[in-house]
Design a protein. Structure first.
Length: 179
């Protein structure tokens, strides 16, 4: 009998379509759900509201992973090296607070590991890391059309020009952590 140790991690690394596609390839990841967190407006936000930049929410993914297969630390390293954690409120052409780099921790242990990994990874980048590290308040699941976006839209321009290169980087840097 295989006993799983399922845990949650919640990250925002720009567009949630990219981050979802990255973590769907990682060994030990059971589920990836795009959504929204970190806002200051009550109620379940919509994608259109998020895109306005007025709700304060970030596009995030909630990752369910088996800690017996992959550690939270390894999940963080993959996250921090597959997006640019040095650009404030921006990833590539996507600009606005909804695209900020953020780690929403679920407990004190995740907070501590997030702070350590963020410091350790600084030498990988020329510019300072600006990734926000905050407690998770509420996670809102994104609309159905945003689930499995890359899998369902690989030939779409954004997927071809933005997500596919991120996946190539993932495969180059973290081949031993992939399914």
């Amino acid at each position: 009998m295989i006993i799983k140790n399922l845990q949650l991690a919640t990250f925002g690394g720009g567009c949630f379509w990219c981050t979802e596609a990255v973590f769907q390839e990682v060994k030990g990841v059971e589920k990836v759900v795009p959504g929204y967190s970190g806002g200051n407006v009550p109620g379940h936000p919509t994608y259109r509201e998020i895109c306005s930049g007025l709700t304060g929410h970030a596009e995030v993914v909630q990752v369910t992973f088996d800690a017996n297969v992959i550690s939270y630390e390894d999940i963080l390293v993959i996250f921090m090296t597959t997006h640019d954690p040095t650009t404030l409120n921006r990833q590539g052409a996507d600009r606005g607070t909804q695209y900020r780099s953020v780690i929403y921790y679920h407990n004190d242990e995740q907070k501590e590991i997030s702070e350590i990994v963020s410091k350790e990874i600084t030498s990988y980048y020329e510019n300072p890391i600006v990734t926000e590290i905050s407690p998770l308040d509420v996670f809102y699941e994104a609309e159905k059309e945003h689930q499995d976006y890359y899998k369902n839209n690989k030939s779409q321009g954004y997927c071809s020009f933005v997500i596919t290169p991120k996946l190539a980087k993932l495969r180059k840097l973290h081949a031993n952590k992939l399914k």
